[in-house]
Design a binder for this molecule. Structure first.
Ligand code: NAD
Ligand code: MG
Length: 390
């Protein structure tokens, strides 16, 4: 039996992963499941799958988790350190589906034991791509991309020589405000930003899709994971979300990955890699769909995209600043402190201020330095938000 752990098990990616695992319970031994506030879901899944340990990020909920697991021999634990400790438990395959920079330390712990890390948590690649890849190499661990665009690129590259790759095109649905008049964006509400036309995802990534911060993160993720020049990475708006990415080769060929917008495809590909196995996803009827549309992304609508290229050009720990400022700006929007369009202003200002004021950006990329940069950037972004709100 393959030993598997799912970090962020109660979220959208975590639940899709468990859906696949529950369909073949005899093939997997579940080691660790983690969540945060949804104790009921965490405990129910831990019991169904007879996990070794269930961990909540929220220390105040440890009692609730213990109560929910009473009568079983499943270990209950709480807190960020307990999550990282759970990632040290031997497992063959580990899903990294915590949202935010909180996914970085457990991902590093999983790699340090030489496991296969299925990486949905894009924030860790943006903050510390080189560190993650170097750690994987040092410990003989494997990182498999789970973000749909990166899984698509990974699949299009099977058997290919990277030297023949001219460009990588990742697609974007355009999110909730793709067709809104530009002048209305300023007054977009939280509810409006939290609904996605095609994908059913967690709230934070859904809002990031509307602002295209999600795509900006994915551009950086592409650069870090596939080692391609930023100039060779393009974003293409494709409202149907059925072509997930295209790889352009030096002979002019474009290899596209086409599939329904269902994350169980990318998760299943990483779960069974290098094999392909039957997956319970819709089979596309292209004749019925009829038309695929494409548009160039409009930077005045999605300023986040420009920031991604700025971060790649700057290098160092600027990815950690970008991510922390983005997460803080998103918190500010969710809390009603700033408007939708001010999120990119906060990230721009944080990047500018820290680049001038802080030599930390050029510090060596260690886990401690990345986490310290993350802390500094959150503090800076919060003070920018407070000034704007006040
Ligand atoms: P989600 O909000 O639905 O779930 C997040 C999970 O992380 C939950 O289990 C939650 O309990 C846990 N969590 C939240 N804060 C935490 C913290 N501080 N410490 C530890 N655990 C914490 O998110 P999601 O949509 O499943 O996305 C998960 C990750 O996968 C994100 O990095 C996202 O960008 C990425 N991703 C998601 C999709 C998608 O379709 N949902 C697609 C591609 C990539
Ligand atoms: Mg994606």
């Amino acid at each position: 039996m393959r030993k598997v752990s799912i970090f962020g098990a109660t979220g959208s990616i975590g639940q899709s992963t468990l859906d696949l695992i529950k369909r073949a319970p005899d093939e997997y031994k579940v080691v660790a499941l983690t969540g945060s506030s949804n104790i009921k879901q965490l405990a129910a899944d831990a019991k169904t799958l007879n996990a070794e340990i269930a961990v909540t990020a929220d220390e105040s909920r440890l009692g609730d988790l213990r109560d929910a697991l009473r009568g079983t021999d499943i270990i209950a634990a709480a807190g960020q350190n307990a999550i990282t400790e759970a990632a040290h438990r031997p497992a063959d395959w580990i899903m990294s589906a915590i949202v935010g920079a909180a996914g970085l330390a457990p991902g590093m712990a999983a790699l340090a034991q030489g496991s296969t890390l299925a990486l949905a948590n894009k924030e860790s690649l943006v903050c510390a791509g080189k560190l993650l890849l170097d750690t994987a190499q040092t410990h003989g661990a494997t990182i498999l991309p789970v973000d749909s665009e990166h899984s698509a690129v990974f699949q299009a590259l099977v058997g290919e020589d990277m030297a023949a790759v001219e460009r990588i095109i990742i697609t974007a649905s355009g999110g909730a405000f793709r067709d809104w008049p530009l002048e209305d964006l300023e007054n977009a509400t939280l509810a409006q930003a939290s609904s996605h036309p095609n994908w059913d995802m967690g709230q934070r990534i859904t809002i990031d899709s509307a602002s295209m911060f999600n795509k900006a993160m994915e551009v950086i993720e592409t650069h870090e994971f596939f080692h391609v020049d930023p100039k060779a990475i393009e974003v293409l708006v494709h409202p149907q979300s059925m072509i997930h990415a295209l790889v352009g080769f030096n002979d002019g060929a474009l290899m596209a990955h086409v599939g329904p917008p269902d994350m169980r495809h990318a998760i299943g590909y990483a779960l069974h890699h290098p094999a392909r196995r039957h997956l319970p996803v819709e089979r596309l009827d292209l004749a019925k769909i009829g038309t695929f549309e494409f548009r160039a992304p409009d930077e005045s609508r999605w300023p986040a995209l420009r920031l991604a290229y700025q971060v790649m050009a700057r290098g160092g720990l600027s990815g950690a600043v970008f991510n922390a400022a983005k997460e803080t700006a998103l918190d500010g929007f969710i809390a009603g402190q700033i408007k939708f369009t001010q999120m990119s202003d906060v990230v721009t200002a944080t990047l500018e201020q820290l680049d001038v004021a802080d030599s930390h950006i050029d510090a060596t990329m260690t886990l401690d330095n990345v986490l310290e940069m993350d802390r500094i950037a959150r503090f800076q972004a919060r003070s920018i938000i407070e000034k704007r709100a006040g």
